[in-house]
Every structure is written in structure tokens, then in C-alpha cells.
Design a protein around this ligand. Structure first.
Ligand SMILES: *[C@@H]1O[C@H](CO)[C@@H](O)[C@H](O)[C@H]1NC(C)=O
Ligand SMILES: *[C@@H]1O[C@H](CO)[C@@H](O)[C@H](O)[C@H]1NC(C)=O
Length: 617
């Protein structure tokens, strides 16, 4: 009975904390805002919380090296994608004209291997390479991980480096396309001299001066339908999202096959068409043929990626009055859509890459994929060396705005695309973009979330694990965390909880200028709930009650730290889904792996098809 009462009172007080300031949604969604701060500019947390939902002002200092992979040796002057890691850029440093596709399954780039697509109309499955070419046979017998590496030996060129001439293949790394397949079909790609080895270039640039960027958090460069593009397409580009993205949101993934059929006579083998696949394409708008020459970036690329970049830069020039130099995003690595490369960058070097190599799987060696993932994993805890600073005092989180976010069936946040909700968010982002640079970056609230997570992640996980089987031990564990905040000569629960919850926060005086800011309020709300729960453990009568309380707390907090592998070996990475790779199982239980695949995993594509056995860890 007593425990029941405590459960009620805990729940009510928890609700009260949240309800008391319910008029401020950033307290209601405090856990999500706390996690956005904690995961910002970190590959790990941002990969898990892949839909982001927050926009920050970011600064890249002068003299930071940035990379671009391409098939051209001319420095780039316009709008382009830039990577923070050379390994990321090198995926795109590919020769323009590769040899014709093999039929042995070796031509598939990371992110396009049809075998892991659902071949019956799963969301990412209906792509032309599947229809036009026989699917590659099953991987050869032998250790599966080895064949995994071999399969990605010839990634076609860049998914997203655009901005010069009519390079139609610039976005074809993604699942929709097989660039080399197109190369074989379309004469436009046949200008390479006979016998010339295809090669690409790694461009190395340095920032001439600090860059002022908008950082869209989560896996905002993941061209997926899972919500990774919501903030860009529904908020920033609310009035003019890429047409392709709107179409996909309405009808599902576009079947490019139709386009291809309409605009270029098929010359490749024509396997049977599955007519059912086209049913979703009925009434689709007309997209111009991909081979059409156009000024500026093409609409093309997965989910309108070229158009998205172009429109984001238009936004920067018009609405943000040229005060924003580009957009900072993340996929397998952080990247910048830089609107004017000539203005902001000096060329350091333009080097020819290893022929027909340069990315995952290039050197005919399955270590390349792992090398790329290691470069990605090296940034799990941050981009490092102060290469990016965020303004945590003035960011815009949709979690802090009434009704701006809903949670979909997989419990991921999505943007509610209604003009009356989105308009004020857009205004807030604009105000942030136009804000005078004070030179003062303000408080590093992320460091405060780190203090909280570092102190409590293990005790909470241990208490919630059920491994403690004596009530006494359970209470002692919670007590250890609370003890520093208790005056044993003068017990006062409310005071103890307050002491605990403000431990890492700056002044909480009523005049505290920090109050009312999303960062302060959300961190305080989270530590209040956390400290209240730990304090309540002292009063419980049954172990079961304690465990269930702590499980509730753990699930509410949702710290991404809890999914980290513990102690991978030197030749392993802690593998989790980063678009386009990974499975649902990888998302739930990331594990140390020494062989990783860049191929599209079940997580991002169809859940309809069971993963191949070696997709599992
Ligand atoms: C960029 O500008 C430089 C110098 O003006 C020029 O040499 C180069 O060809 C330009 N690059 C492209 C891709 O047009
Ligand atoms: C979001 O809503 C706006 C306004 O109704 C609409 O124009 C736009 O196409 C929508 N965006 C998407 C991605 O559906």
C-alpha cells in the first residue's frame, strides 16, 4: 500500500514538474531537448536521434581543412558539398567513366546493392537498376563478411557533389541509381579516351575566414523517408520544398524506371517488369529527364537533393540576407552545403586519387569500408578540435514549440507540416540567422549535459537492469548517488532534490538570466525528474517497484550513451545504422563489428524483407 502511494506521488510530482510549466513546451519535451544538446555535432547520438528537430547557429573557424571528392581537377567555385573528413569525400572522388558494370555483383556502390532491397515494392526498392539489370547473384560462398567487402568495389561517383556542368551522376550513389549502369547506356558518359583509367580527385580546401552556418541536427543529410529531411523540407523550405520530396511524402518512393523509360531508349537487358510496382506512381507529376541540361544544380538525386541544396542556398541569400554561408548536416560524416566555395575557401591541393578507388571498397580490399567507418566512428563523440562551435544559447528546437512535432508509429519525431505552426518556427530561425555575431559563444550547455550523463548513466542503467536482487543493495546504489546532496542532520527531501538537480547548472536565482531558455529549462527539468526518482528509491518497499521506477526513468531519459558498445577491439567499430547502412537490429543493439557493409540495410529501406543472415551482427 505504501509503495503504491509512493508510486502515485512520484508520478504526480513528476507530472507536476512537467505540468507546472506546461505552457512552456520545452519543459514538456525536456528529455528530447536535453538529448538534442547532448547529441549535437556528435556522430553517435545524432545517428540514433536521426530526425533531429533542432537548428543551431554554427561557426567553423578560419583555417579549417575541408574536403571534396569529384571527377574534376578544377577548383570549385559555386555551391558544393564539403566533408570534414577526407575518407568521406573520397567516396565521391571517382572517375567519371567507369568500366561497364560487372555481372558479378561487384558494381554496387555503398547504398545501392539491390539484394537488400525489398523487391516487391518496399519503399526504397523500386529502382531502375533492379529492373534493368539482372540482380547480381548471391554472394559467393565463404566468409560472408569478406564477400560483403568485395561487393562494393566500384562505387559509382558522388551522390552529392554538384554544381558544375551537366554531371548527371552526381547524385547516383544513393539507392535509386546505379551510375555505372547509366554510363553504359547513355552516350553522354562515353567521352573518356579508350583505355584511360577512370580517376577522381580529392580537393582539399581551407576556410579563408570563419563560416557562419545553420546546423540541422540528426542525420539531416540522410536521404530517407524516415523523417531525416523533415526540418529542411517542411520548415526551412516550407514554401518550396523539392517537388520530389513532396511527391515522395505523398505517394512513396519514386520509381525512376518510368522516367528512364520515357526519356532514354533502354539498351540494357530488360528483365520482367513487375507492374504492381508502378501503381503508386499513378498521377505522378512529370519530372524533367535527368539528362536535360540545366543551369545550376539539377533537381536530381535522391529525394530532390540537388534542388534542396540549391533552395537552401537561395534561402541563405534572400531570407537570411547572405548572413548564412551554408548548411551543416550529417550522414556518415559531417558535411557542409557551402553556397559559395570561391568566396570562403582557399585551395590547398587537388590530388588525383588511386584509380578506380577512393571510397568504401575501392582498393579491392574489404578493409576500405571499415576504414571509412572508422573515420566516421572517430567522430562519435564530437567533430573535434573546435572545428565547429554551436551557439547553445539561441537555438531553435521544434520540441520547444507547441504541436510542432508528432511521433510516428516507430516513435520517431516528425514535423507537423502546417503553415500556422511552421511559420513562427521559420521566423525564429530567421531571427537566429540574422542575429548579430556577438563574438561571445555563450555557455557550453552541451558540457553540462555531459556532466549529468557521465554521473548518472551507469547508476541508472545498473538500477534498471534488474541485476541487483536485494532491496537493500538497490537502495544503497541509489543512495550513493544522492548522498552528497543530503544533510543527514537535517533531512529535507525537497531541498535534497533541488540541490541534486542544480549541481551542474549555473545560478538558479530568480533573476537568473538563464531561466526561460530552452537549454537551461530542459536540463533543469531533466535533472529534477532524475533526482526526484533517485530520492524516491529510499522510500520503496519492493524491489520490483524500484526496478520499474528506474526503467521508466531510463526510458524517459533515452540517453544514446546506453546503446554504445563497451570496449570494441582495435579492428572493430561499434556499428549502428547510419544511412544508408544498418538494420533494425543494429539500431536496437549496436555491436562491435570488424566487417561492415555500406549497403542499404533494412533499417532505412524496406522492413518488408528479412535481412540477409550476414546483415546481422
Ligand atoms: C573557379 O575559378 C577559378 C579562378 O577564377 C578558375 O580558374 C576555375 O576554372 C573556376 N572553376 C570552375 C569549376 O569553373
Ligand atoms: C508542407 O506544407 C506546405 C504548405 O501547405 C506545402 O506547400 C508543402 O508541399 C508541404 N511539404 C511537404 C514536404 O509535403
Amino acid at each position: 500500500m505504501k509503495s503504491f502511494f509512493i508510486l502515485i506521488s512520484l508520478t504526480t510530482s513528476l507530472a507536476a514538474i512537467i505540468h507546472k510549466r506546461a505552457e512552456r513546451p520545452h519543459v514538456q519535451n525536456a528529455n528530447h531537448i536535453f538529448n538534442a544538446i547532448h547529441s549535437s555535432m556528435r556522430q553517435w547520438g545524432s545517428s540514433l536521434n536521426h530526425n533531429g528537430m533542432s537548428v543551431f547557429l554554427a561557426t567553423v573557424p578560419q583555417d579549417v581543412e575541408l574536403y571534396h571528392g569529384t571527377d574534376s581537377e578544377t577548383r570549385i567555385n559555386g555551391t558544393e558539398w564539403l566533408a570534414f573528413e577526407p575518407e568521406h569525400a573520397m567516396i565521391f572522388a571517382r572517375g567519371r567513366h567507369g568500366p561497364p558494370p560487372d555481372r558479378d555483383g561487384e558494381r554496387y556502390p555503398p547504398g545501392s546493392h539491390p539484394q537488400s532491397h525489398d523487391s516487391h515494392g518496399g519503399p526504397q526498392s523500386d529502382h531502375e537498376h533492379e529492373d534493368r539489370y539482372p540482380p547480381p547473384p548471391s554472394p559467393p560462398p565463404g566468409p560472408p563478411d569478406q564477400s560483403e567487402g568485395q561487393r562494393f568495389q566500384h562505387p559509382p561517383p558522388p551522390p552529392h557533389h554538384f554544381g558544375h556542368e551537366e554531371d548527371e551522376r552526381r547524385n547516383e550513389w544513393e539507392p535509386e541509381h546505379l551510375g555505372d549502369a547509366l554510363a553504359e547506356q547513355r552516350p553522354i558518359f562515353q567521352s573518356r579516351a579508350e583505355g584511360e583509367e577512370p580517376h577522381g580527385y580529392l580537393h582539399t580546401y581551407r576556410t579563408k575566414h570563419p563560416l557562419r552556418l545553420l546546423y540541422v541536427d540528426g542525420q539531416s543529410a540522410a536521404k530517407s523517408e524516415k523523417g531525416t529531411l523533415d526540418v529542411q523540407d517542411m520548415v526551412l523550405l516550407h514554401q518550396n520544398p523539392p517537388e520530389e520530396a513532396v511527391f515522395v511524402a505523398k505517394y512513396g518512393m519514386i520509381d525512376r524506371h518510368e522516367d528512364a523509360d520515357r526519356h532514354s531508349p533502354p539498351s540494357g537487358p530488360q528483365p520482367n517488369h513487375d507492374k504492381e510496382k508502378y501503381s503508386r506512381g499513378q498521377g505522378r507529376p512529370h519530372f524533367p529527364p535527368r539528362s536535360e541540361k540545366r543551369l545550376g544544380p539539377p533537381h536530381g538525386g535522391p529525394l530532390g537533393e540537388g534542388q534542396r541544396a540549391e533552395r537552401l542556398c537561395q534561402l541563405a541569400q534572400t531570407e537570411y540576407e547572405d548572413r548564412i554561408d551554408g548548411i551543416l548536416r550529417m550522414e556518415g560524416g559531417f558535411e557542409i552545403i557551402l553556397c559559395d566555395m570561391a568566396k570562403h575557401l582557399d585551395v590547398i591541393s587537388i590530388a588525383r586519387t588511386k584509380p578506380d578507388a577512393g571510397g568504401p571498397g575501392p582498393g579491392r580490399d574489404d578493409g576500405d569500408m571499415l576504414a571509412y567507418y572508422r573515420a566516421v566512428a572517430a567522430r562519435y563523440d564530437g567533430i573535434g578540435a573546435g572545428r565547429v562551435t554551436l551557439d547553445y544559447e539561441n537555438f531553435v528546437s521544434l520540441f520547444a514549440i507547441d504541436n510542432a512535432v508528432f511521433f510516428d508509429e516507430s516513435r520517431r519525431p516528425r514535423v507537423r507540416n502546417e503553415t500556422k505552426i511552421v511559420a513562427p518556427v521559420k521566423e525564429a530561425i530567421k531571427a537566429m540567422a540574422l542575429k548579430d555575431a556577438s563574438g561571445d559563444v555563450g555557455k557550453n550547455w552541451q558540457a553540462i549535459t555531459d556532466m549529468v550523463v557521465a554521473r548518472y548513466a551507469d547508476p541508472i542503467a545498473y538500477l534498471a537492469s534488474g541485476e541487483l536482487n536485494q532491496l537493500h543493495d538497490f537502495k544503497a546504489e541509489a543512495d550513493h548517488a544522492m548522498r552528497p546532496f543530503i544533510d543527514y542532520g537535517d533531512r529535507n527531501t525537497a531541498r535534497e532534490i533541488e540541490r541534486c538537480s542544480i549541481q551542474h547548472l549555473p545560478s538558479t536565482a530568480p533573476s537568473n538570466a538563464n531561466q526561460g531558455k530552452p537549454a537551461y529549462d530542459s536540463i533543469h527539468a531533466v535533472t529534477s525528474v532524475l533526482c526526484r526518482t533517485l530520492s524516491a528509491v529510499g522510500e520503496i518497499d519492493t524491489l520490483a517497484h524500484g526496478v520499474s521506477m528506474l526503467r521508466g526513468l531510463k526510458s524517459w531519459l533515452g540517453w544514446t550513451t546506453w546503446k554504445r558498445c563497451r570496449g570494441c577491439a582495435e579492428h572493430e567499430v561499434c556499428f549502428l545504422p547510419i544511412w544508408p547502412a544498418g538494420s533494425a537490429e543494429d539500431f536496437e543493439h549496436p555491436q562491435c563489428r570488424s566487417h561492415v557493409s555500406g549497403g542499404p540495410g533494412t533499417y532505412w529501406g524496406g522492413f518488408g524483407k528479412p535481412p540477409r543472415s550476414h546483415d546481422r551482427p
